[in-house]
Ligand binder design. Structure first.
Ligand code: ZN
Length: 99
């Protein structure tokens, strides 16, 4: 636990040096929440949509940001974000070829 504040420079599994940020959030749960909101529209006079959008947003804001390795997809928690960015499609494509 001593070096937990160290910036993640290299993937310990595949030695890849490129990472992207993602939310530790189950996409399925997010979709389910919106679906319930849509289903309830006729009963709530469309009030369910903003309410469920808010619930969705609250869930998103509560979840941790995790760091993912581009090459092997490993997830890393507890590292500082540094200047990492969310998933970049063109970088992802580059690593797709290597798999
Ligand atoms: Zn890796």
């Amino acid at each position: 636990m001593g070096d937990i504040t160290k910036v993640l420079e290299q993937c310990p599994i595949c030695q890849c040096r490129q990472f992207y940020l993602s939310k530790d959030f189950n996409q399925f749960v997010g979709c389910l929440i919106m679906l319930i909101g849509i289903i309830l529209v006729p009963f709530t006079y469309c009030l369910s949509l903003p309410v469920f959008a808010l619930i969705d947003w609250l869930l998103h804001s509560k979840v941790q940001t995790i760091i993912n390795c581009y090459k092997c997809g490993s997830e890393f928690r507890g590292f500082p974000k540094g200047n990492l960015k969310p998933f970049m499609h063109h970088i992802g494509l580059k690593y797709d070829k290597c798999r």
